[in-house]
Write a protein that binds this ligand. Structure first.
Ligand SMILES: Cc1ncc(COP(=O)(O)O)c(C=O)c1O
Length: 440
């Protein structure tokens, strides 16, 4: 028997949304499970029917869009900050929170066992082993674990790019102030023109006191996808460690930690993966685990040979972790390789069309190896905030400004996740054109 075709329209009205929420919280656990099974069955069925490799717009991606609950026609193109949870994740979250409301004893008995299942799913999803994955709260926490957990002496140096996020820089800056380590910024292009330009800039900056390189995998200001694998190869040849701020990595890119060769990777699954805020992933390469002390702990911190030592936090929000597992399942039903292709193909289309606007300057590389689903740009003579406000007001499209006027990086940033279609990208382009046309 074939699965029923999804009946929902792309957008939920505010009333429908409230109804959905209330229905969700009133449903039994079994009913929520059934809802999720139906959603997955419809994805599998559509996959068989419509999809070959990289599907263009149409039935398949429209149906994926229907698995989200956007309110009032919101067109969410700012996953770089926080993205949406798809329905199955929301259902699972309710289900897990319900346990505490109805049978709290399970919160400290049976639910924690599911945490291990989630660890396994996450590990397989990012090309790591289970012992290398810690479930933390967000990228910032993972970056702090590295900065505060690594033994360094006064004068030892960390290299970072000139475009790091505060969540990646400030942990090192505290350490600089407190213990006298040295933080050195390596200027990088907007965008760099090649892998060699990026890796070479770091290689030239290395000194005898350099211990670690701390860089974003996807740079939040410019959308650059750093050539992490090549950077790690170079750094390891010189005996250095590498930590990647991969805030935007999971759910946008087809990640494989072992292939990248990175020592530490911190990522926020509520941006692109569809997990709830409050659950983050911290990867610690097996060979690097002995080098890092945990800096938050209760018993279990001396657990040798496992990244679990970074999550000894006593009681914590298990419901968020279980929902993280569901977010991995959701993307697995679609396929992470396919998602990365879709995200990049939408970004490529946006970049190509943007260039036809007079004065447009891409801050993101056009090379798909050096870019992902974040695209940043500026238009000569146009205030970036005017574009952000105009498209929100006219089309309900959410994008944001990034960067700094002083540093010449100020611009607009757009996220193109899998649920966006080309028509919406065209709407955005039309909005940008209209703002640009107002120039005198
Ligand atoms: C590159 C980068 N690093 C770190 C962060 C901080 O992420 P979180 O708030 O999830 O810790 C962000 C947030 O957008 C980011 O873009």
């Amino acid at each position: 028997m074939s699965a029923p075709e999804p009946q929902q329209t792309s957008f939920l009205s505010r009333r429908d949304f409230v109804k959905y929420m209330m229905a969700g919280s009133a449903l039994s656990v079994a009913a929520l499970d059934k809802l999720n099974a139906g959603i997955y069955q419809s994805i599998t069925e559509l996959d068989r029917k419509y999809l070959r490799d990289l599907a263009p717009d149409g039935r398949y991606w429209d149906s994926i869009r229907d698995k989200f609950m956007f309110q009032d026609g919101l067109i969410m193109m700012n996953n770089g900050t926080v993205g949406p949870m798809p329905k199955p994740v929301f259902n699972t979250l309710i289900k897990a929170f319900k346990v505490q409301a109805t049978h709290p004893v399970d919160v400290y008995t049976s639910l924690p066992m599911q945490e291990e299942e989630v660890r396994g799913k996450v590990a397989a999803f990012i090309g790591a082993s289970e012992d290398e994955v810690a479930i933390v709260r967000n990228t910032t926490e993972g970056m702090n674990f590295v900065a505060h957990g690594l033994d360094m002496e006064a004068g030892d140096e960390v290299l970072m790019s000139s475009m790091e996020h505060p969540g990646g820089t400030h942990p090192w800056k505290i350490k600089e102030k407190r213990y006298g380590i040295k933080v050195t910024e390596v200027p990088i292009g907007l965008p760099p023109q090649s892998v060699d330009e990026f890796v070479g800039a770091f290689e030239r900056a290395i000194t005898p006191r350099t211990r670690i390189i701390s860089v974003s995998h996807t740079v939040f200001i410019s959308g650059l996808m750093a050539p992490l694998k090549e950077l790690c190869t170079m750094a390891h040849e010189k005996g250095l460690l590498v930590v990647a701020d991969g805030a935007h990595g999971i759910g946008m890119l087809d990640l494989n930690m072992h292939d990248l060769g990175v020592d530490f990777y911190a990522t926020s699954p509520y941006k692109w993966l569809g997990a709830p805020t409050g659950a983050g992933v911290f990867y610690v390469r097996k060979e690097a685990q002995d080098k890092l002390w945990p800096t938050i702990c209760t018993s279990g911190w001396d657990n040798p040979g496992s990244a679990r030592k970074f999550e000894t936090l006593s009681q914590r929000a298990v419901a968020l972790i279980i929902a993280l597992g569901e977010a991995v399942d959701f993307q697995n039903y679609i396929g992470k390789t396919r998602i990365e292709k879709r995200v990049k193909s939408l970004a490529g289309y946006f970049k190509q069309e943007l260039k036809s606007i007079q004065g447009a300057r891409l801050h993101t590389s056009e090379d798909p190896y050096l870019s992902g689903g974040l695209t940043a740009f500026s238009i000569e003579g146009v205030e970036p905030l005017d574009i952000v406000e105009y498209v929100r007001q006219k089309y309900n499209i959410v994008i944001r400004t990034v960067g700094s006027k002083q540093k010449g990086t100020y611009g607009v940033r757009v996220s193109t996740h899998m649920y966006i279609n080309h028509m919406e990208v065209d709407m955005l382009l039309e909005g940008i054109r209209q703002v640009a046309d107002r120039r005198t």
